[in-house]
Design a binder for this molecule. Structure first.
Ligand code: WAQ
Ligand code: MG
Length: 253
């Protein structure tokens, strides 16, 4: 069926030159689209980049590839939410959730200090869950989880079922967190946006689900990032291959 053919769309935009030439990461996006929606969705990613608060891009790369591999359906992680009154409370809630996934305080502290030195990396950072060390070797690139999205009709049903408001951030972060959590080597994920006006973050894992935390930083702060904690036995290059290449769609509740 031609309309079931999917295309991977990837966008990354930077200011002050291309990322590889030291430009500042402004915006990125990864989606799976039908051919019908391809042009509109690509245009909306370009629009996103050129109306972004992190800066005015002078470099944008748009990559469109037809997906020939089989697409796996995944059930979205359950979503929960903690309202906090400030960023330091948010950090404590995140730390507590990370401990529930089995990480020690020492590892969490180490990983958070790694993250602080990696603000500005355009992808995620892989952390050994037994040491807190960064193990991906991808420098400023990190790992961009790609080829992921919702089945459109299932997204609408999911919103209705849980009486959720539409939220583009959550729409994109939930497939990402679900894809990451469904790999057997993943232990936990921690994320908050690098966009200055988006302060909600989350911790995710098979065990704790997708747990949103209302405030992870001060409004106006351009720092943010993503950590993937993995088993020490993880074969990192196959793990990265899975995150970048395997097509997944979230399916209904
Ligand atoms: N793969 C891996 N890492 C990524 C990706 C990706 N596809 N997209 C973004 N990142 C990393 C990158 O280092 C960014 O600096 C960081 O994550 C934050 O990205 O429930 O908007 O797109 O309300 O700014 C989470 C809460 C919002 C959503 C996250 O992240 C909710 C967000 P942003
Ligand atoms: Mg961002």
């Amino acid at each position: 069926m031609r309309d079931k053919e999917l295309y991977s769309i990837r966008m990354r935009a930077s200011e002050g030159g291309a990322h590889e030439d030291g430009g500042k990461h402004v915006s990125g996006g990864e989606q799976l689209s039908t051919k019908n929606e391809l042009i509109d969705r690509a245009a909306s990613l370009v629009r996103r980049a050129f109306s972004h608060q992190r800066g005015e891009p002078d470099f944008l790369r748009l990559t469109i590839e037809k997906v020939s591999e089989p697409v796996h359906g995944l059930t979205p992680l359950p979503v929960s939410y903690t309202q906090v009154s400030n960023a330091s409370q948010g950090r404590l809630v995140a730390e507590d959730l990370l401990k529930q996934t089995g990480l020690t305080e020492q590892v969490i502290v180490k990983a958070m200090s790694v993250l602080e030195t990696c603000y500005g990396v355009r992808g995620a950072i892989i952390i050994d869950s037994s040491t807190g060390d960064r193990i991906d070797g991808r420098h400023d690139k990190g790992i961009r989880v790609s080829r992921l999205d919702w089945n459109e009709a299932d997204y609408t049903c999911w919103l209705e079922h849980f009486q959720m408001e539409k939220n583009q951030r959550l729409r994109e972060a939930l497939p990402l967190a679900t894809k990451v959590a469904s790999h057997p080597d993943s232990v936990a994920e921690f994320c908050f946006s690098d966009d200055p006006d988006y302060i909600t973050g989350y911790v995710a894992s098979k065990k704790v689900g997708y747990h949103r935390i209302s405030q992870m930083k001060e409004r106006g702060d351009e720092n943010g990032g993503r950590l993937f904690f993995v088993n020490p036995q993880c074969h990192v290059s196959s793990y990265i291959d899975y995150l970048e290449k395997e097509p997944i769609l979230l399916k209904g509740v």
